[in-house]
Write a protein that binds this ligand. Structure first.
Ligand code: 9MR
Ligand code: 9MR
Ligand code: ZN
Length: 539
């Protein structure tokens, strides 16, 4: 990549910090406008060797340039992709990231009025049967496909919906007025919430009469690369897990908090659904994990325990109702040592902490609230340390570059954003805001492969994600707004070494190849933390 200069390929807000990364020796750089005129010149600062990329890099700081326009950075013979500076520079990206959920919709047709050229027929509408007893059948149509595959799994779905709802709670200015051009547009509810509702409606269908929740619905094996309406294999409901049950309760009661302002009847339905699942959890304190039964090869999403899931559910229930008994239950779970600052699938204690902190029921100087805040702040300190020693300003250590590394990147961005938004009483935490922005810059092109990891956004954006409709639709252009999993130092596909030779540094272990699902798949829970960070930046 010695000929490349790395920038956020969509752009920068005018007052924001702006730093290009140059992976070759350069003393000076210029910013040129679309006519080739230099509008800014500066000196490059040597950073030195960056472990995770293997690059020796120089920084080009052009933060002073605040004039609206479209530019490139040039140094020596090399130039960067085109990017914008302006109030609206990130607007399309935020909208695309959210509109991606419309493209993930299952159970309905995507028509050209809303989907443009990326239409498809209604999919996965048949009734599903229980895996171990085919005579038990249920309509569980709807929701979002999980990812590049067509499975619909409760825990990742709840996690994505919750991250989106928290983005809305904390950054309503950025999200509340988005015009998404979805079938529900103009119905009186913010489009953003209509889209999330589409998933909540499905999640509620996954609940059984006794309150427990099926772990997932999918075909027995992943479909071939066909359009969703052509995936006609039978659908199965896989056994209940306590994680799915707790996550469903948590996200429904969180939904109650958000939707009651717009649709009280719907909000009550969410609350009742959550209560039923919580009662089941009370009566079933044992961990019920999940493993694919023999013959089922779709996403597993097993977890080693459910204390974080249960904590999240009780914390949300307290936040919504103020009932002290739920707070007691949540506190009892804090004797277990699950992480309190994690927002992603598999470890979601941080969502419980957010529930408590945003409940509006926390007295001044409350010990528990202070404890949560100081955990976020110390996590942010650790992440800042990582970012400061990264040539690309990425708050990532070597191990973070695994399957779905861009989720880690954006989760870390969320920690910085949450510190800035909720923990400022701690003093001095506003300094973390710029680190949230830097993680977003990394996603959008300030990385060692010089790619924007969001399809349709940036001159060198991913174009070939592992995404069945994108592969099967025969359209050259990629569905926009999809976040790639990103660099993975241990890709699992046998053919991966053809694209990513052994010994490639972690941050460079990427190829924009549809075959590489452990590198370049897209998922609903990799988009959601990116929506959160983008909404933070635009609020
Ligand atoms: O497309 C599937 C993707 O969503 C999963 O993340 C991945 C791992 O479970 O599996 C993909 O499906 C592959 C299957 O496991 C094996 N045959 C090839 C399939 C498509 O590449
Ligand atoms: O995102 C999941 C990743 O963390 C795991 O390492 C991987 C293997 O279990 O599975 C990923 O989840 C995939 C799921 O199984 C099926 N849908 C696509 C998901 C992303 O690749
Ligand atoms: Zn479908």
């Amino acid at each position: 990549m010695a000929d490349m200069i790395h920038v956020n390929q969509v752009g920068y807000l005018p007052e924001s910090e702006k730093i290009a990364i140059i992976p070759f020796p350069a003393e000076t750089f210029k910013v040129i406008d679309v006519n080739g005129n230099a509008v800014f010149e500066g000196k490059c600062m040597k950073f030195g060797f960056d472990d995770n990329s293997g690059d020796t890099v120089w920084k080009a700081d052009f933060s002073e340039l605040q004039t609206d326009g479209e530019y490139r950075i040039v140094a020596g013979e090399a130039s960067s992709p085109l990017f914008k500076i302006g109030r609206n520079a990130l607007d399309k990206t935020l909208r695309d990231l959210v509109r991606a959920y419309y493209y993930f919709r299952c159970g309905c047709m995507l028509d050209s009025q809303h989907a443009g050229k990326f239409t498809h027929g209604a999919c996965h509408t048949s009734v599903a049967s229980e895996w171990f007893d085919h005579s038990v059948k249920k309509d569980v149509s709807g929701g979002w496909h999980d990812a590049g595959d067509y499975g619909r799994y409760v825990t990742p779905g709840a996690c994505a919906a919750a991250q989106l709802l928290y983005a809305y709670i904390l950054y309503p200015n950025a999200l509340g007025k988005l015009n998404l051009n979805i079938p529900e547009s103009g119905n009186g509810m913010p489009d953003f919430l209509s889209e999330v509702k589409y998933e909540l409606d499905w999640l509620m269908k996954m609940q059984k009469a006794d309150g427990s929740v099926y772990h997932k619905v999918s075909t027995a094996q992943h479909a071939r690369f066909v359009m969703p309406e052509n995936d006609l294999n039978p659908l199965y409901l896989l056994p209940v897990s306590s994680m799915a049950t707790a996550d469903l309760a948590a996200v429904c009661v969180l939904g109650y908090r958000v939707y009651k302002e717009f649709d009280s009847e719907y909000a009550e339905k969410l609350l009742d659904t959550a209560k039923l699942s919580l009662e089941w959890l009370d009566e079933n304190p044992q961990f019920i994990g999940f493993r694919n039964p023999e013959g089922c090869g779709t996403g597993g999403y097993g977890e080693g325990g459910d204390k974080d899931n249960r904590f999240w559910a009780y914390s949300e229930m307290f936040a919504a109702t103020g009932d002290a008994k739920y707070l007691e239950k949540a506190k009892e779970l804090l004797v277990y040592d699950f992480p309190r600052t994690e927002f992603g699938i598999g470890s979601i204690g941080g969502l419980g902490a957010l529930g408590y902190l945003t409940s509006g029921r926390v007295p001044e100087d409350d010990k528990l609230a202070e404890a949560f805040k100081s955990m976020f702040v110390s996590q942010a300190h650790r992440l800042r340390w990582l970012a400061d020693r990264s040539g690309y300003m990425a708050a990532m250590d070597e191990r973070d570059y695994g399957w779905g590394s861009n989720m880690n990147l954006m989760k870390h961005g969320m920690v910085f954003a949450v510190c800035d938004t909720l923990c400022s009483a701690e003093g001095g935490t506003h300094e973390f805001g710029v680190y949230a922005k830097r993680q977003f810059d990394v996603l959008m092109g300030v990385n060692a492969v010089g790619m924007s990891y969001v399809s349709g956004n940036g001159e060198r954006a991913i174009r070939h994600p592992h995404l069945r409709p994108a592969a099967a639709d025969g359209i050259d252009e990629c569905i926009p707004g999809m976040v790639s999993g990103g660099a993975n130092r241990r890709p699992v596909e046998e053919i991966a070494h053809r694209y990513i030779p052994k010994g490639t540094p972690p941050m460079k272990s990427f190829a924009d190849e549809a075959d590489l699902y452990s590198v370049n798949e897209v998922t609903i829970y990799w988009n959601s933390p990116a929506v959160f960070v983008a909404a933070y930046l635009l609020n």
